[in-house]
Design a protein around this ligand. Sequence first.
Ligand code: EPZ
Length: 420
Amino acid sequence: MERMIITHSPALQGEVSISGAKNSALPILAASLLGTEDIILSDVPPLEDVRIILQVIQSLGAQVSYEDETTVRINSKDLNHYNTPGELMGKMRASFLVMGPLLARIGKSITKLPGGCTIGSRPVDYHLKGFKALGCAITQDDSTIAAAAPVTGLSGNVVYLDFPSVGATQNIMMAATLAKGTSIIENAAREPEIVDLANFLNKIGADIKGAGTSNIKIRGVERLKGGNHSIIPDRIEAATFMIGSAITGGNVLIKNIIPSHLIPVTAKLQEVGCTIEEGEETLLVKGPRRLNPTSIKTMPYPGFPTDAQSQFMAMMTISKGESRVVETVFENRFMHVAELVRMGAVIDIIGKEAIIRGVSALQGAEVRATDLRAGAALVLAGLVAQGKTVLSELYHLDRGYYRLEEKIQALGGDIQRINF
Ligand code: EPZ
């Protein structure tokens, strides 16, 4: 069993280059099923989740090959299956994103109902509402969902999302690219990963306008072709390293990013006392000697990202006062609190709100990653805790961070991955 050993470290210093965004690569790899000619994607992060979705699209008939560690060539002209393998679906719920492309290309999709995970039940009702609006018939039992488009194909329609769901916006957008007529998604998600997906789809022949706003218009076309695209940098990995510099009082240059994607994180880090200098594709983050308390409330983009909530909370545990964290996006994204408390943090949860009373120092402890971002939060906490922290259940981390320990070591952090 692998463990991460994190030892109290000096302030992080130096430069780190951010990888391509996991949450942009996954929908774009699913969208490659819509193409009928070669698609070449660069800056694809070599993560476990990416390997899983590549297995899924290959199982459906796409040809996949790696040009190099982060460049993938896909050709889906022979797409001929529509039944997503259950064991792969079970490994990663984002595999559900192949449903929209399959309905557009083949008119059918059968998949295992994506399970919830530690952060919430994560239903897919908004996705299904969109597919029905485009003309699909949906049947489901307690484990499987089957969707079928009319024999005449999907028809454009207007879909209102009760919540600006990232996945539902992506799935419906992909299905609508080949529908007859025009579709509009109202109250759509505005995340940068939505814009990246729309940019990719337009490159291969789609006609999408308004991505990045709450109102996205998709005019259906006959077919999509091929093309090249580079995945945007991972704003959540960048946020993780920005917070790493803040919590250790460090001086870290975050490279290969789009600073405007990080405005909420930059603003909150300035509130706790960081100085942040913005470059064209960089942010220089200098942490304060002592962190001021502050409060955050996670919201859909452009609000504070829920995927950076646990990392920010880890930092608040050693600020000089009381901070508050409200999680509004997922119903159970405080699993990391118990682990931080094991390290000496003082945190009370009242409903959706966590109240953090800063302590002078955390103590190293044996902790476990309860989800991908909670694992990252505990790594950051281990860097500043007295003594050693042993982190287990690393598979969560490997789903979303590429060579995290090597990047932290290069900044002076004392972190080792070992086999017990
Ligand atoms: C995406 O998940 C990300 N995953 C998540 O990142 C991220 O936390 C989330 O967006 C919010 O930003 C990927 O992009 C692969 P949602 P997604 O649909 O699309 C509810 C990480 O750590 N909802 O915006 O599943 C849902 O339960 C992961 O990288 C419904 O009720 O998120 C949640 O409470 C974690 N019905 C809220 O909406 C639906 O049909 C937001 O979910 C869909 C969602």
